[in-house]
Design a protein around this ligand. Structure first.
Ligand SMILES: O=C[C@H](O)[C@H](O)COP(=O)(O)O
Length: 162
């Protein structure tokens, strides 16, 4: 895959790792553009949902193809981003989960916890993550479509069992 437009965001717990990852992806030929939604440094204490929702909305609008979001655990960023319609976000700190988040689940957003993972492993995982793409002709596609269908039906008041 080439020409990815990436969004990045972090709260003050994750900003140091986010900035390290920004340098990494900025040097990656597979990345066409990087938008950093902040925070710029640890003095900025905006809460993680504000950063996550801003970045996830950019993904939902198609302004970014994918995003990497960092907080202390990755959990708050993940929970927040998943509230945005059309977004599939996951926290992942291991190689297999990172791979399957794309190949099985077509997740556009990877979240990480700076208090969970070290910078070198995080850099390696993001480098791997950039190399994966979802195959819309795979058996996984219908499963992901079920999620999307639910979102659309839920707008109309349907239930998960319908
Ligand atoms: O999931 C939340 C993040 O880890 C955040 O960086 C820290 O949140 P807290 O201050 O509420 O623990």
């Amino acid at each position: 895959m080439s020409g990815l437009r990436l969004a990045l965001a972090a709260d003050n717990a994750g900003v140091e790792l986010k900035n390290i990852l920004r340098d990494l992806v900025g040097d990656d030929d597979r990345v066409a553009d990087v938008v950093d939604f902040g925070v710029p440094d640890a003095a900025d204490d905006r809460a993680y949902p504000r950063l996550a929702l801003t970045a996830a909305e950019a993904v939902a609008r198609g302004e970014a193809d994918r995003a990497v979001l960092v907080c202390g655990t990755g959990i708050g960023m993940c929970v927040s981003a998943n509230k945005v319609e059309g977004v599939r976000a996951t926290v992942a700190h291991d190689s297999y989960s990172v791979e399957r988040s794309i190949k099985s689940n077509d997740c556009q957003i990877l979240t990480m916890g700076s208090r969970v993972i070290g910078p070198e492993l995080a850099k390696r995982l993001v480098t791997e993550w950039l190399g994966y793409s979802f195959d819309p002709s795979s058996a996984s596609a219908a499963k992901v479509a079920h999620i999307t269908d639910y979102e659309h039906r839920n707008e109309a008041g349907a239930s998960a069992s319908s």
